[in-house]
Design a protein around this ligand. Structure first.
Ligand code: AMP
Ligand code: ZN
Length: 113
């Protein structure tokens, strides 16, 4: 946890372009965007991924924050996609639970490219 990059962003120790923040969650621009809008919504408490003790309250905060991100980035009308890569097969590269919010273009109907 000491080395966790998203814990450091949540603590303000590493810079990020913050889109929304409250006591429980922080949302910031992905460094390597995969769509015109690509924001990460991150509970501030450290959990490896969604299997690692994320509480119902934290998930509710995440969903509310996704709504704030959608509003701030103008996604509410056209829609967007939310992805939470979990573990090796999903290609999770950062071991702090996070939700990708992708949008700003038509992403198509399939789940995978
Ligand atoms: P995942 O592959 O689901 O674990 O996604 C990790 C995401 O974190 C990737 O999309 C990275 O581009 C992004 N990322 C890694 N480091 C940073 C950082 N310092 N600031 C913003 N996004 C980051
Ligand atoms: Zn962390």
């Amino acid at each position: 946890m000491g080395d966790c990059i998203f814990c450091k962003i949540a603590a303000g120790e590493i810079p990020a372009t913050v889109v929304y923040e409250n006591d429980h969650v922080i949302a910031f621009e992905d460094l390597n965007p995969q769509a015109p809008v690509h924001v990460l919504v991150v509970p501030k408490a450290h959990h490896e991924n969604i299997l690692d003790g994320v509480s119902a309250e934290e998930l509710a905060e995440v969903v509310a924050a996704i709504g704030e991100v959608a509003k701030a980035k103008g996604l509410s009308e056209r829609g967007f996609r939310v992805i939470a890569n979990t573990g090796a097969d999903a290609g999770q590269t950062v071991g702090h639970v996070h939700f990708h919010v992708l949008g700003g273009t038509s992403l198509g109907e399939g789940l995978l490219p």
